[in-house]
Every structure is written in structure tokens, then in C-alpha cells.
Design a protein around this ligand. Structure first.
Ligand SMILES: *Cc1c(COP(=O)(O)O)cnc(C)c1O
Length: 809
């Protein structure tokens, strides 16, 4: 799309007039942002209509990506870039005395996700649209996204994320597309016309209203849709005062019950909470989403028996797994298909991505709870289970234990992963190691039974947001060396390998990093009043706070380095700035103690002038997408140090690599594939191997206490958690201490410590050799194209969905 500067200026002024009756110089930044957003949405609208029309007319197969989370962040810049009007827009605003960069900062992040899983969904939407694949998102329009984090006296404090306070310029409410979702009640069966029929009685109806957000493809006229559902009471405009007293109270209760459903995102990352409201959220958006898909499908005039040729539904983890039963319900109860026909269609339509192997995070629902909330859906799950168990009994006669372990319903629970596997035609893991562990360990029984369902699709990240948008300096230096084909074919970045030893190119890359570090230092100075030195190594670990991600290992290395510096202030190290950013689930006490520990160490280290500024520690408040976009381009060392086997893939690791950081990593998740791409010389690997970890978990034999006793560095560090070394109350870090010594250090922090310290020392030496370091950085950028989500989506499209790009003219 091309729109010239003068047109943008005129249109922008018109928007300010029509929306606020204000002239440019009188409008607040918020109004300027809202007018610009509305204008950009308007520019995208024609293609939005065109895209929808073509999909319908050509009856192209559509993908619906169902996800409880979409961690979108901001949309202004990415929409301007994808529409191809960023530069003109910047110039237009400049003429009007407005800085586009300042308006960008006005936009509140759409934080409708916890971390990697939600961000993956957002990257996939961008890639599907940019590849011209007819693919849409389906999720929940939470009134409150992930909490805002404040650090007060070193502790995390959670503040509600009222992200809709000033409205959302990107969404369109589609009241005419609302559908009804039913909860509770009971099911009556009858024989009508010789057919067993089910009637759902006495249910609580609620209205699901969709809000559509345009998903703009990169320079290709495609605009797909993210449809987010909001829960509203039936009869919204009821006048409550006309009720009698009893009815009035009931009506108010009903209204607040309904509204609770799309009120807030659960702030748990990979620790499921088995809460009733969460199950209601799941069924709510799944039912609404499938109903709206069916409604659109029927307009095509194609027989329902061919549904699976026209529709693919992908479920992001097990959260939307109830889709299996809901699609069965609609096909059997509403469309009148036979069970077998409905089952063929359902399993051909649905595909499932598994995101975790941590068994404590595998979702299950108590039967009683499930049946009460979703009585008809429960009957269907029971029938799916009955037939599945029958199949298993035929295949494994007498092997009761195996059958019990594989059943969908067992030990009083409904196991959502089992429902998802049985009810779909594809089950994928998110990195090679993860998929192998699923096949060989966690889901081995299922892999034996359904070997053809299992496949790997390594995660990816959109290089448009994470390189072109977040790091324009780097994007421009890359294009000046190899042209801009990489923007369309990210693996073309490989051609940078021809420049990895080129001194002049190295110096350009190094200048970009330095400039980004200066920008970030200014940000830290402004927001935290901490001085950090852009000439120091920026060593960054930003991700959710979780024991398995081992922020604790990072802190222990800092404590050790500090101890060494105290003993020898002339220790020959390159000055380092350790940067953390992480939210902890509000009820995850151990994680919160680790945040307090990081801040306590930061306080002590940053105040100590005797170490001559060689060490700084910064904890960034409120880590989120827009903050990730600032820190990642300024990073030298990317910390990817999870306990091997625990991080299914990781995607942060890919963002850093693409921005020219060197990774220090365990051979876990996609770190392995990053190592395979860049080679051992361009990444620093440490720690236990997968088989060692799995062997300890299976057979025991690890003694954290022994490791602690035999390493004087660790004795000193661990003791200092409880011996008054820090100026905190006696029990402040007791939970951390106990988790290491009395719960035997489940994540092998102590075991990997020595190896990690050695790896950090290698980083220090490598960094001193400027040319070598730059060569490593370039090699990382050059090999990051493999991790573009475009690549990932092409594999999903060919291998799972069987969809084709649709060119919008
Ligand atoms: C990419 C991203 C994540 C995932 O990071 P991991 O290191 O893979 O856990 C989490 N949060 C935000 C805001 C992100 O952008």
C-alpha cells in the first residue's frame, strides 16, 4: 500500500476533527495516538473486506488457531510496517510537529497472555497473514490482561492491568455475530422419530460477543482476523429496577456471574490451577468460536460432511481441548450426523500442540465439576472415552494398567491431553528434543498406539516484529550488505556468513549494538535512576520467573563473581551488567523470593564502590512485549539456562539470537537447534545432558547436600541466604534455602553451578577478543532465519493443516 505524506496529514487531521473536534496542537498524545490508530485501521479496512470476500468466494480452506492466550503487545508500529506506510507516516507526523516514536509509547500493550505460549500465538498470526495463509485467531477478550508488576522494596506487587481503560482502537465489536453459550442445567433424552435425541434443559445462557482485530500481512494485501470473545448477559438492556426484589438480586448476581467469565486472564504460567472459572472460560470461547465457524461454513453452501476439507482447527495446548467434544456436540445434536461420521470430521479437523512435559502442568478436571458445568459435553466425553477404551481393549487385551493409564477419564478426572490426542489427527511438540521426550517418555503409550499422529514443529518468532520493528538499525545494516530478500525469505540471512570476518561489516554490527545499548542505558537511567555502562557486557535473562528456568543459577553466579571481586578488586574481568526481567505467578512464593533475592543482591552490589563498577545488577519492572522489544536489541549475552528437558522450546532464545546476542545455554528445547545452526564455536554450552537429568529423575542418586558441602563457593553462597549476610529478615530466603538442601534441589541448580561458572568465564574471555566476538554475533544473526515463525507456519500449513496461500490482488 502506498499513501503519500500529504494524504496522511490530511486524513490524520480529519480524524482528529471527527473523533475529538481538536486541532493537532491541542490534541493530547493519547488523542493523537487514537486518531492515528483509527486511521491506520481504516487504511487496512479495504483489504480486510477484500480478504474476507476472496476467502468466501474461492471457498479456501481456513485455519482457526484457538488459544486461551494471545500476547500481542502493541500494534501501531507493526501495522504501519506491514502496511508499508511507516516512513511516510513518520514524515507526515514530523511535519505536524509529532514524533511517531512518542506516539508509539502511548499504546498500552495487549497483554492477553503469560509468556511464550501466548507470544507464539501472536507470532503465528503475523506469519499466517504475511504468508497469505487464511488463518485466524480465536480467543478471549479479557477485561484485564496479565497483571502489571511493580517492585516495591524489592518485592513484586501486582496491579490489575486495566488495558481497556482508554478503549482499544484496533477492535471492532460485532454484535450481529454474537452467539449463545450454555452452562449448567441437565440433559433430557427422548426418542424422536426413532432417533435418540438430547435436550439441554434449565441451563444458564450467556451471550458471547466477538470483537474483531485486523491482522495485517506484510506488504501483501492480506488482512486476517483475530476474533476475541466477550461474555455478556442475555438481555443486556434489561431494566433491573422493574424486577421484584428477589428477581432483582438474582438478575444482578447473574450479570456479575456472566461478566466474570471474560474478566481476567489467569496469571499462571505452566502451573495449572484447576479452577471452575477457568473451565468456564475454556468452554466459553471454544463454543463461541466453533459456532461462528459453523455459521460461516454454512454460507458456503457445502455439505457439512465436507467440513474438514474446508476448516482446520488448531488448539494451542490443552486449554481449548474441549473443542473435540463441542464440535461433536454440534455435528451430532444440531446437524444430526451419526456418531461415526461426526467423529471422522472432528478428528480430521482438529490438531493439537503440546507445550509441556511437566506432569504437574498437565490439565485435568474433576468429573463432578466438569459434569455440573457442562452436562452434555460430559456425556460426549464419556462416550468418546468408552469407545476409546473399547478400542484399547481390543488392541491390548488384558493389559488393564496400560488401558487405565491411557483412558481419557481416570481416577476421578478428565485428562485434557488425552482428549486432545484422541480427538485430533496431529499431535506436535515444539522442538526436536521436546517431541522426542513426548514420544519416548511422557506420551509413549500414545505414540505406540498412534505413531502417525506425532510430529515436531519447532517454534519460531516473527522476524518482522523482532528484527525489522524492534531493531531498525540492524535491519538496515543487514540490507545494506545483502539486499532485502531476507525480509521475504528469512533464511536468506545466511548470506551474512560471507561477512562474518569482514572487519568493516563487523564494525557496523558492533556500532549498532553500541547504539542500542546507549538507548537502553538511557531508558534504565530514566526509569530506575541506575547508571549502567554501555561499554560493559549486557547479560540478560528476561522470561517468566520459574524454578525450572533457573534465574537462581544466574544469581548464584553473580554472588560468586561478587565474592571474587571483593577478594580481589583487580580481578581481570570485562565489566558486566546483569539484567533481569520476570513476572512471578502471584501465588508462587518461591518465585517471589527469587525476585526479592535478585533485588537484594542488586542493592548490595550496585552500592559497593569497592568493586570499581565492574558489576551492576538491574531488575526491570513489568517485563512485557514492548519492554522485550527494547532490551533484546541491546543484549550481548542471552541467558537460556533452564534445567535440561524442562523448557519445551523457548522462543526468547530465538529473539536474542536474531538480534546478534551470543547465547549461554543448556542443551534444552530449541537451544539444541540453535547450537546445530551456529555450531559449537558460536554458542556457549554448559550443564547436564538430557539423559543425565532423566536418569536422576528416574533412578535417584543426586545429593544436593553433597554438592553444597564439597564446593566452598556454594557453601558460602547458600549459607548467606540465611546467615544475616543480607540486610533482610531472617526467614526472607528460607524457602529458597530449603528447596535446595531439604528438597534436594529439584532443578539441579547446585549440580550445574560449576559448569555454569566455567561457561561464564569463557564468555568473559571470548568477549575480550573483539573480532572473534563480532564474528560470533554475525554468525548468530545469519543463522536465525531458520527460527522465523514463517518457516514454522509453512511446516504447519503443509504438514498439518493442508492449507495454501491465497494471493489477495
Ligand atoms: C518471547 C517472550 C516470552 C518467552 O520467553 P522464553 O524465554 O522463551 O520463556 C515471554 N514473555 C515475553 C514478553 C516475550 O516476548
Amino acid at each position: 500500500m502506498y499513501i503519500d505524506k500529504e494524504t496522511i496529514k490530511r486524513d490524520f487531521k480529519k480524524k482528529l476533527t471527527s473523533m475529538f473536534a481538536e486541532e493537532v496542537q491541542d490534541a493530547s498524545p493519547l488523542h493523537q495516538y487514537q486518531a492515528l490508530g483509527a486511521l491506520v485501521k481504516e487504511y487496512a479496512s479495504e483489504n480486510w473486506m477484500k480478504t474476507r470476500k476472496q476467502y468466501t468466494e474461492k471457498k479456501e480452506k481456513q485455519v482457526y488457531y484457538f488459544s486461551m492466550e494471545f500476547l500481542i503487545g502493541r500494534l501501531l508500529m507493526s501495522n504501519l510496517i506491514n502496511l508499508g506506510i511507516k516512513d511516510e507516516c513518520q514524515r507526515a507526523l514530523k511535519d505536524l510537529g509529532i514524533d511517531l516514536g512518542e506516539l508509539e509509547e502511548v499504546e498500552v500493550d495487549a497483554g492477553l497472555g503469560n509468556g511464550g505460549l501466548g507470544r507464539l500465538a501472536a507470532c503465528f498470526l503475523d506469519s499466517m497473514a504475511s504468508l497469505g495463509i487464511p488463518g485466524h485467531g480465536c480467543g478471549i477478550r479479557y477485561n484485564y490482561g496479565l497483571f502489571e508488576q511493580k517492585i516495591v522494596d524489592g518485592y513484586q506487587v501486582e496491579i490489575p492491568d486495566n488495558w481497556l481503560r482508554d478503549g482499544n482502537v484496533w477492535e471492532t465489536r460485532k454484535e450481529d455475530k454474537a452467539v449463545e453459550v450454555r452452562f449448567g442445567g441437565y440433559v433430557e433424552t427422548s426418542f424422536d422419530n426413532n432417533k435418540l435425541t438430547f435436550h439441554h434443559r434449565n441451563y444458564e445462557p450467556i451471550i458471547a460477543v466477538p470483537y474483531d482485530i485486523p491482522i495485517v500481512g506484510y506488504h501483501n494485501n492480506t488482512v486476517n482476523t483475530l476474533r476475541l470473545w466477550s461474555a455478556e448477559p442475555v438481555g443486556r438492556e434489561f431494566d433491573f429496577s422493574s424486577f421484584s426484589k428477589g428477581e432483582y438480586t438474582k438478575a444482578v448476581e447473574y450479570k456479575s456471574w456472566v461478566e466474570s467469565i471474560s474478566q481476567v486472564l489467569y496469571p499462571d504460567d505452566s502451573r495449572e490451577e484447576g479452577r471452575i472459572l477457568r473451565l468456564k472460560q475454556q468452554y466459553f470461547f471454544v463454543s463461541a468460536g466453533i459456532q461462528s465457524i459453523i455459521r460461516r461454513f454454512k454460507k458456503l453452501g457445502v455439505a457439512i460432511q465436507r467440513f474438514d476439507e474446508y476448516i482446520a482447527i488448531h488448539i494451542n495446548d490443552t486449554h481449548p481441548a474441549v473443542a473435540v467434544a463441542e464440535l461433536m456436540r454440534i455435528l451430532v445434536d444440531d446437524e444430526g450426523l451419526s456418531w461415526d461420521e461426526a467423529w471422522r470430521i472432528t478428528t480430521n479437523t482438529i490438531a493439537y500442540t503440546n507445550h509441556t512435559i511437566m506432569s504437574e502442568a498437565l490439565e485435568k478436571w474433576p468429573i463432578d465439576m466438569f459434569r455440573k458445568i457442562l452436562p452434555r459435553i460430559y456425556m460426549i466425553v464419556e462416550e468418546i472415552n468408552r469407545r476409546f477404551v473399547e478400542e484399547l481393549s481390543a488392541r491390548y487385551p488384558g493389559d488393564e494398567e496400560r488401558i487405565r493409564n491411557m483412558a481419557i477419564i481416570g481416577y476421578g478426572n478428565i485428562r485434557m491431553a488425552h482428549l486432545a490426542i484422541v480427538g485430533s489427527h496431529s499431535v506436535n511438540g515444539v522442538a526436536k528434543l521436546h517431541t522426542e521426550i513426548l514420544k519416548k517418555q511422557e506420551l509413549a503409550n500414545f505414540y505406540q498406539y498412534y505413531p502417525n499422529k506425532f510430529n515436531n514443529k519447532t517454534n519460531g518468532i516473527t522476524h518482522r516484529r523482532w528484527l525489522i520493528q524492534a531493531n531498525p538499525r540492524l535491519a538496515s545494516v543487514i540490507s545494506s550488505a545483502i539486499g532485502n530478500k531476507w525480509i521475504y525469505v528469512p533464511t536468506d540471512l545466511r548470506r551474512l556468513m560471507g561477512f562474518s570476518k569482514d572487519a568493516s561489516f563487523q564494525s557496523k554490527i558492533s556500532q549498532v549494538k553500541y547504539n542500542n545499548k546507549v538507548d537502553f542505558s538511557n531508558y534504565v537511567k530514566e526509569h530506575y535512576d541506575v547508571d549502567i555502562d554501555p561499554n560493559s557486557i549486557f547479560d540478560v535473562q528476561v522470561k517468566r520467573l520459574h524454578a525450572y528456568k533457573r534465574q537462581l543459577l544466574n544469581v548464584f553466579h553473580i554472588m560468586d563473581l561478587y565474592n571474587r571481586l571483593k577478594e580481589n578488586p583487580d580481578l581481570d574481568i570485562v565489566p558486566r551488567t546483569f539484567i533481569f526481567g520476570a513476572k512471578a505467578s502471584p501465588s508462587y512464593y518461591l518465585a517471589k523470593q527469587i525476585i526479592k533475592l535478585i533485588n537484594t543482591v542488586a542493592d548490595k552490589v550496585n552500592k559497593d564502590t569497592s568493586i570499581k563498577g565492574k558489576l551492576k545488577v538491574v531488575f526491570l519492572e513489568n517485563y512485557r512485549v514492548s519492554l522485550a522489544e527494547k532490551i533484546i536489541p541491546a543484549t550481548d549475552v542471552s541467558e537460556q539456562i533452564s534445567t535440561t528437558t524442562k523448557e519445551a522450546s523457548g522462543t526468547g532464545n530465538m529473539k536474542f539470537m536474531m538480534n546478534g546476542a551470543v547465547t549461554i545455554a543448556t542443551l534444552d528445547g530449541a537451544n539444541i537447534e540453535i547450537r546445530d545452526e551456529v555450531g559449537d564455536d558460536n554458542i556457549v554450552i554448559f550443564g547436564m545432558k538430557d539423559y543425565e537429568v532423566l536418569n536422576y529423575y528416574r533412578n535417584g542418586g543426586y545429593s544436593a547436600m553433597d554438592v553444597y558441602r564439597n564446593d566452598i563457593r556454594l557453601t558460602r553462597i547458600v549459607d548467606s541466604l540465611i546467615n544475616g549476610y543480607f540486610n533482610v529478615s531472617y526467614n526472607e530466603f528460607k524457602m529458597i534455602y530449603d528447596s535446595l538442601l531439604y528438597q534436594n534441589d529439584e532443578y539441579f541448580v547446585l549440580k550445574d553451578f560449576d559448569s555454569y561458572v566455567n561457561a561464564q568465564n569463557r564468555i568473559n574471555e571470548l568477549y575480550k577478543d573483539k573480532a572473534k566476538w563480532q564474528e560470533m554475533c554475525i554468525c548468530n544473526i545469519a543463522n536465525s532465519g531458520e527460527f522465523s515463525s514463517d518457516h514454522t507456519i509453512i511446516h504447519y500449513s503443509k504438514g498439518i493443516w493442508n492449507t495454501k496461500p491465497s494471493i489477495i490482488l
